[in-house]
Design a protein around this ligand. Structure first.
Ligand SMILES: [Zn+2]
Length: 404
């Protein structure tokens, strides 16, 4: 990855009671942040639509009040092949995953208890040698080591699509997200397959098309079909997409030959609270809000990293119908988002294609398994409900931004 971040980022960690706990070096993965900045530019028509941005510069955005070396976020400048550039700022919240990972060493040292909350601030320091090295690496990437493929975009009127759809699942901050259209039939089919899976998690790959609005540069996405992931490793709180899952999905895409691409995935959460007393269920965070686990985020990051990728989650909350929530990328992080429900004739994926033995082209990059068992804990909630007996042990700490 030739992203030029000629800076060393560290987190200053403070206990909830104000004690200073130390400074942690951060191992930053800039991929999601760069693709988020790139996607903003593509949707505005500033940079050409490719599968991913291959070259970018990352600079600290210094804290507005306290100044360097404290940072508020990062300024990312994406470079197009023709010399075009576009910049966007990614908020400080982006550091939280790296901070929580780094904080595991404080847990190992006994400085923090497992699951304990803490505050952090991020500081950045220049590393001149690395900046020079990465500049050269950036040049290499531009000259052809990796040339991302163009995104297939179909021209159509977004306004016409919006007229035939109903908006669902609005979430805070989702107003600026790329519009996504999902057929009722695809959700109905997913719910039926999830019900059939019983008490284990089930999943499928969502395929679809990307469109460019004829009136504005905006891009929107249509889910066209669901390919049941037949070769997953499923368990009660865990779902793994294997190399065979991807081979089957690719075979189905080739067989349909409709210029579609993978736009995301769907999976379900069984009724984890089945054995909990009714009184406890009333307060259980797993029931109060859509729950996208750390491992759901890890799966999305590893296998569905494109900024247009979405994740549909079906949750069994003990009601007659499964709850449907949609998540997607926003600012380099996975967040709950809205979507547009459309009717019409279902375009079911040809099931026979998923068992097509001719599919040999396994995407090794995508064949990374999701290794960790799912931790059934709402991501932002620092006080997991002890009444939910089925939750595996949670060993991660929980980082919060330092109050200014
Ligand atoms: Zn899950």
């Amino acid at each position: 990855m030739a992203f030029n971040d000629g800076f060393r980022f560290v987190a200053d960690v403070t206990a909830v009671d104000g004690r200073y706990l130390g400074q942690l070096p951060l191992d930053m993965d800039w991929e999601s942040a760069v693709q988020a900045a790139y996607w903003v530019a593509v949707r505005r028509g500033v940079l050409p639509p490719l599968m991913r941005c291959a070259s970018a510069t990352i600079e600290p955005s210094w804290h507005s009040e306290r100044g360097a070396p404290r940072v508020d976020g990062v300024r990312i400048t994406c470079h197009g092949a023709d010399g075009a550039r576009a910049s966007a700022t990614i908020p400080r919240l982006y550091f939280r995953d790296a901070v929580e990972t780094a904080a595991l060493q404080l847990v190992a040292q006994g400085v923090l208890a497992a699951g304990e909350r803490f505050y952090f601030e991020v500081c950045a320091y220049p590393v001149p040698d690395r900046a020079r090295y990465d500049e050269r690496a950036g040049d290499v990437s531009l000259s052809g080591a990796e040339i991302p493929q163009p995104l297939p975009l179909v021209a159509d009127s977004l306004e016409t699509w919006l007229r035939g759809a109903s908006r669902c699942g609005d979430a805070a901050g989702s107003g600026e997200d790329m519009p996504v259209f999902i057929p009722e039939q695809v959700i109905a089919e997913a719910k039926q397959l999830a019900r059939q899976a019983g008490d284990v998690e089930w999943g499928g790959v969502l395929i679809g098309r990307l469109y460019r609005d004829t009136a504005t540069p905006e891009i929107f996405c249509q889910v066209t079909a669901l390919i049941p992931a037949r070769h997953t490793v499923a368990a009660r709180t865990r779902l793994t997409f294997t190399a065979q899952t991807w081979a089957a999905a690719r075979a189905a895409l080739d067989l349909r030959a409709k210029g579609e691409l993978v736009v995301g995935f769907v999976h379900n959460h069984p009724f984890w609270c089945r054995d909990c007393p009714a009184e406890n269920r009333r307060h259980c965070p797993l029931i109060q809000q859509p729950f996208f686990s750390r491992d759901d985020v890890a799966l999305t990051r590893a296998m569905f990293p494109r900024p247009f990728n979405i994740a549909v989650l079906l949750s069994d909350l003990g009601e007659a119908d499964l709850r449907c929530d949609v998540f997607g990328w926003r600012g380099g992080m996975v967040a709950a988002r809205g979507y547009h429900l459309i009717g019409g004739v279902p375009q079911s994926a040809d099931d026979s294609a998923t068992d097509n033995g001719a599919a040999t082209a396994v995407d090794t990059a995508a064949a990374v398994a999701n290794p960790a068992a799912e931790s059934n804990r709402p991501r932002r909630d620092g006080s997991p409900d002890a009444s939910c007996a089925n939750r595996p042990a949670e060993h991660r700490t929980s980082a919060d931004l330092q109050a200014p």
